[in-house]
Design a protein around this ligand. Structure first.
Ligand code: SF4
Ligand code: FES
Length: 248
């Protein structure tokens, strides 16, 4: 198929960006979206032009780095699918596709489609871990009974890949879905209880410091999330935060 691509080009963090138009042809419907982008970049390199910068790593839907807006939707038109797992069969010959970076104050554009998502790393560093007793008496994790329902919920929360689509989709650029998934995956398990209060207070505090917006319960985050992280996690985090605030 033949496509017209309208892509955000921006030299660096301080330069002014703009949409540029490119044509690509011989695109197979079996290619992934990123393979289509590779074809464009090979074409640009052959023409002596600067290739389009975009983040990618696993190309298997697990690392969360292939974040971009495609036709106004984070990760494109297919639900529960990352950009790297999106295939060109979702598009038609002759289509015009608009490709842009995430837009959020806390995710500044570094170059073209690449944004700085280190704010997420700093939120994790502020509490997204469990301390393990390595005294020699450590209990085998599998020896601790966990209700199936809790284990399933914790696992679902742990499928968050930190892509930032929730922030990009939110009209307030809120990071509540991401943070609540990272809080829930630990607070639901016995291993996460020791630091439970500190964790939620510190992670929410860091989220606010990073400049993410507030949650107004619109739910766009969950709809656009490639891992279908549930809004239940936000409710759980709010309960945890309140309980931790009044008992600290
Ligand atoms: S909650 Fe969903 S959209 Fe947000 S970072 Fe995690 S996987 Fe990505
Ligand atoms: S490249 Fe890893 S999730 Fe897309």
């Amino acid at each position: 198929m033949k496509l017209t691509l309208k892509i955000w080009r921006q030299k660096n963090a301080t330069a002014q960006g703009k949409m540029e138009t490119y044509q690509v042809s011989d695109i197979s419907e079996h290619m992934s979206f990123l393979e289509m982008m590779d074809v464009l970049n090979e074409q640009l390199i052959a023409e002596g032009k600067e290739p389009v910068a975009f983040d990618h790593d696993c190309r298997e839907g697990i690392c969360g780095s292939c974040s971009m807006y495609i036709n106004g939707q984070p990760h494109g038109p297919r639900q529960a699918t990352t950009t790297c797992q999106l295939h060109m069969r979702e598009f038609n010959d002759g289509d015009t596709i608009y490709i842009e970076p995430w837009r959020a104050k806390a995710f500044p554009v570094m170059k073209d489609l690449v944004v700085d998502r280190s704010a997420f790393d700093r939120i994790i560093q502020s509490g997204g871990y469990v301390s393990v007793n390595t005294s020699g008496n450590t209990l085998d994790a599998n020896a601790i009974p966990i209700p199936k329902e809790d284990a399933d919920e914790a696992f679902n929360a742990a499928t968050c890949i930190g892509c930032g689509a929730c922030v990009a989709a939110c009209k307030n650029a809120s990071a509540m879905l991401f943070v609540s998934a990272k809080v829930s995956q630990l607070s639901l398990l016995p291993q996460g209880q020791v630091e439970r209060k500190e964790r939620v207070l510190n992670m929410v505090d860091q989220m606010d410091k990073e400049g993410f917006g507030n949650c107004t319960n619109t739910g766009a985050c969950s709809v656009e999330c490639p891992k279908e992280i549930s809004l239940e996690n936000i409710a759980r985090m709010n309960r945890d935060y309140l309980a931790a605030s009044v008992t600290k």
